[in-house]
Design a protein around this ligand. Sequence first.
Ligand code: DHK
Length: 150
Amino acid sequence: MSETTTGSILVLNGPNLNLLGIREPQTYGRETLADVEALCRTAAAKAGYEVEFLQSNHEGVLIDAIHAARTTMVGIVINPGAFTHTSVALADAVSGVQLPVIEVHISNVHQREAFRHHSYISAVAASVIVGAGTNGYVLGVEQLIHLVGR
Ligand code: DHK
């Protein structure tokens, strides 16, 4: 962390989000993950925070990143992709590190298939943002900064 920054925020993206912009644009929009990264960095920088940005299609990689964040990050903004609806392990990682976590979904999962209505992460997240498109990541970063106090 440089002297001019207040801390670092981990922004994590789960499976298939590397395909943002290509994948089902009617649901996920046309912005790419690189666009999302730029949005997050700009939102964080306004309050003096840096962003570590990671996407993985692998559950264990996401879990390892959450564990590593415990001592290096002020909190986490996560879109767990489909692991939202399946992963007790990811939820356990979130509760295990005791960092504030903001869960983000680009689409309004509650307007979609029933299997997307339940999230294992929501019970352990500080806040949940759904259906705001990629602006949800900006809201997530802003909410995390609000929670950690700046
Ligand atoms: C992204 C995914 O990849 C889906 O599996 C989730 C989420 C919804 C989103 O809206 O960002 O069900």
